[in-house]
Design a protein around this ligand. Structure first.
Ligand code: PLP
Length: 340
């Protein structure tokens, strides 16, 4: 292992970093400058789903780098249209807006919800968000997040968020009765940063019904849980609901920055030219790589494999650790979600 002093450098100190740097990766493994091997158990925080140096991704990157990286969104981008078509056919959504990160995808969703509210003449539109939520580090997304630590010092926060506990449908009924300014609900199908808390299927279905009754947009943040990681392309696809908006990023590019907001018929026409944009978002390079990622996930049956491995991991943890007095809970998507 390298010593911490070797890393005293000019990079701003915004992360409590571990004293190691990696030179290369292969599959699930990372190697430091001494060729010491480390298992990348968190895959770059839910990003490198196909593994490091995946041959299909590497090939696409090499080919596309020699063809075309970027044009801007002043022109049509064939790779963007193709990726949008693929993602909408996987989900049954109708359109895609591309950006570069999870926070940006959530920003797009927040802006869309405000536009939706303002068009319905709700002049102070508010969005319901969850306790323990994490939606990103931009001002609007950290204001939507339910973690005081990431907000402290950045006040004034962005207004227009109302918070409720996850999986408590009565709390939402209460808000619906008392607050006529709500226009949307935004939450993670599986909370990641907040501690792997799953939205129950019954809750997802009840929220869908409530949104239909109240005319609220149901917006899901699948930045972390999307792209095949739970045994479905999106975690909400374990249920029968269809959201009005779903956002993802992370695993979509396997390390190439890309984010996307997918919208349905109700929400697809809200943004018009001039409402939102991104210089890099959806460029030919990122979209071509993401196409390869999506294709590989399906062709190599990796989504099914994620389900099998997830089940093995969860049942293994339960078998080994269940009942231990230092264990509070074992949580995961597949198999039985057991609380004890
Ligand atoms: N939403 C969720 C659920 C996340 O887990 C994250 C990142 O961890 C984000 C949004 C923010 O994504 P990014 O770091 O790409 O901006």
């Amino acid at each position: 292992m390298t010593t911490p002093t070797q890393f005293a450098d000019s990079v701003m100190n915004t992360y409590a970093r571990l004293p190691v740097a990696f030179e290369r990766g292969q599959g699930a493994w990372l190697y430091d400058s001494n060729e010491e091997q480390y298992l990348d158990a968190i895959s770059g925080i839910g990003v490198v789903g196909l593994g490091h140096a995946h041959p299909a991704v590497t090939r696409t990157i090499q080919e596309q780098a020699g063809k075309l990286l970027h044009t801007s969104n002043l022109y049509h981008i064939t790779a963007q249209s193709t990726l949008a078509q693929e993602l909408t056919s996987i989900t049954g959504m109708s359109k895609a807006f591309f950006c570069n990160s999870g926070a940006e995808a959530n920003e797009a969703a927040i802006k869309l919800a405000r536009l939706y509210g303002n068009e319905r003449h709700i002049d102070q539109p508010q969005i319901l968000v969850m306790e323990r939520a994490f939606h990103g580090r931009t001002l609007a997304t950290l204001s939507a997040s339910g973690n005081r630590k990431i907000q402290a010092g950045f006040e004034p926060l962005v207004r227009g968020f109302v918070r409720a506990p996850l999986n408590d449908i009565d709390a939402l009924f209460h808000v619906a009765k008392n607050n006529k300014n709500i226009v949307a609900i935004l939450f993670e199908t599986i909370q990641g940063e907040g501690g792997v808390h799953l939205a129950d299927t019954a809750y997802l279905e009840a929220v869908r019904t409530l949104c239909d009754v109240q005319n609220w947009l149901m917006m899901l943040d699948e930045v972390h849980s999307g792209n095949g990681r739970t045994g479905k392309y999106f975690a909400y696809q374990h249920s029968r609901i269809q959201p009005d908006v779903v956002v993802t990023a992370k695993g979509l590019g396997n390390g190439i920055p890309i984010g996307v907001m997918l919208t349905n018929d109700k929400t697809s026409t809200l943004f018009k030219p001039g409402h939102h944009g991104s210089t890099f978002g959806g460029n030919p390079f990122a979209c071509t790589v993401a196409q390869t990622v999506v294709k590989t996930l399906f062709n190599d049956r990796l989504i099914e494999r994620a389900a099998t491995l997830g089940e093995r991991m969860l049942s293994g943890l339960q078998a080994k650790l269940e009942g231990a007095d230092y264990i509070v809970d074992i949580r995961g998507k597949l198999a039985t979600h057991k609380k004890f």
